[in-house]
Design a protein. Structure first.
Ligand code: 5CA
Length: 440
């Protein structure tokens, strides 16, 4: 992408209506614009990052055996009357009437809808277990939408739902998602600690929140530093390996980690003092096992092996896809701006010419830009006739992992500068070496 042809509006001043750093940076670097309280337009830069995050979530769900589908954002109230949540959900639910005066709502989550889909189409134990998911916009009329996309009213969520024949099966599905989440967040360059959680309006008694540590987080968290050294990805562990998954779960639940909602002073006191870590965190995912709560209420039953009727055990598993954009920035930035982990960066490389009127610089930049594009390296080329310093500040703000800085003085000796946004290290390299490094 050429910056001269892009839509990348950058703000010089720090917006006064934003309280936390990720919200400020998302506005300044032109990722989002607020359209109404808690409702945002995703500008091209933000949209690219959102899609990268979404794609990692998708790939890890697929790898874990979940099946993707898409349910609508608007749901009939009827479904929610069946589960009893229509009244229980309260004013957080956005209720709508259509032209025929039918009661509808903008979905805050989809347990009811998927249970109904299963009830209509799944009749036999042979069709279980299954985990289905979608990545779809949700609406919750939060009392206090704040911190930008962190607590929005409209937000993008990955929600998965598992259906099993019994509790043992459901636990396996739960452990599968636990591992999938650890792998998902690790790939995004962040550490999200699984913490025992209260299950709230979703229901059930087995529940974990995944918390990214950041001083601006909404919950207070307490955890054993063992989590910092844990093997998060368990590369060799297959999802079919029930013993391995059980061992992972035992390690997670045997290591203390809790939010203020579930914190237990007595157990905390048993963690040795040098391993106690306390801070604040952002919830980027939440998983629940709730047994037959919805299948019972909504009459989902399948025939078992012997012709008996079985009520499936269910779980649901959410990832805050749009919240993650903010959470990653909270975890990865400096005074100059965002520092994207490479896996979610909007572009991998930014090319800057220090003198927009120098023909040799333009020629070198154009050549490199064409080569990087041909090699499939996502590149943003600042080809505007602006001051070099302003261009560099813009690149730092947008946080692309690599900058190639081209100026007449370096070119005279055959080199350009390759700068790592994260370490700040600058190297003088030939254009060929830069290409080799960026395509390695
Ligand atoms: N049905 C379950 C699991 S699919 C569910 O809805 N869980 S949840 O309420 O915990 O939401 C899942 C994730 O969505 C949360 O962990 C959080 O990361 C994200 N989320 C929830 N509310 C908001 C919000 N108002 N703004 C942005 N993200 C949110």
């Amino acid at each position: 992408m050429r910056l001269s042809q892009a839509f990348l509006p950058v703000l010089k001043e720090s917006p006064s209506d934003a309280q936390i750093v990720s919200h400020k940076l998302m506005l300044r670097a032109g990722l989002i614009r607020q359209m109404a309280a808690g409702i945002y337009a995703w500008l091209p830069l933000g949209w690219r990052v959102l899609r990268k995050i979404e794609q990692i979530v998708r790939e890890e769900q697929d790898r874990a055996g979940s099946i993707e589908m898409l349910m609508p954002t608007i749901q009939p109230a009827e479904l929610w009357r069946e589960s009893g949540r229509y009244d229980a959900y309260g004013p957080e639910m956005l209720r709508i009437r259509d032209r025929h005066d039918r009661e509808m709502l903008y979905g805050p989550t989809n347990e009811e809808m998927l249970t109904a889909l299963f009830r209509d189409d799944v009749k036999s134990y042979r069709d279980l277990p299954r985990t289905l998911y979608h990545i779809q916009w949700k609406f919750r009329d939060e009392v206090r939408p704040r911190f930008g996309v962190m607590r929005g009213r409209e937000f993008l969520m990955k929600d998965a739902y598992s259906f099993d024949l019994d509790e043992a099966g459901a636990r396996h599905s739960y452990y599968t998602q636990l591992l999938a989440y650890l792998r998902t967040f690790k790939r995004m360059g962040i550490k999200a600690v699984p913490m025992k959680a209260a299950s709230g309006p979703i229901g059930g008694d087995l529940s974990h929140e995944f918390i990214v540590l950041a001083p601006t987080g909404e919950s207070e968290v307490f955890y054993d530093s063992h989590f910092e050294d844990m093997d998060w990805e368990r590369e060799g562990l297959a999802y079919g390996d029930a013993t391995g998954l059980q061992a992972l779960f035992d390690e997670v639940s045997g290591t203390y980690a809790a939010t203020d909602e579930t914190h237990d002073e007595a157990r905390w006191a048993e963690v040795s003092a040098d391993r106690r870590r306390q801070g604040r965190g952002i919830e980027v995912g939440h998983i629940f096992y709730f047994g037959t709560k919805y299948s019972d209420a909504m009459g989902l039953r399948v025939s078992g092996r012997g012709g008996d009727m079985i009520t499936p055990h269910m779980g649901s598993y959410g990832v805050g896809v749009s919240r993650l954009v903010g959470a990653i920035i909270e975890a990865s930035h400096d005074e100059a701006g965002i520092i994207w982990p490479e896996a979610v960066a909007p572009w991998k490389v930014g090319i800057v010419t220090m003198r927009g009127d120098d023909q040799a610089s333009i020629q070198a930049a154009e050549g490199l830009y064409a080569q990087l594009n041909a090699a499939g390296v996502e590149t943003l080329y600042d080809d505007r006739d602006e001051r070099g310093g302003a261009k560099l500040a813009g690149m730092d703000l947008m946080g692309l992992p690599w900058q190639v800085i081209i100026g007449p003085r370096g070119l005279a000796t055959g080199v350009v500068e390759l700068k790592s946004r994260r370490t700040g290290v600058r190297e003088q390299l030939s254009l060929e070496s830069v290409m080799a490094r960026l395509t390695a």
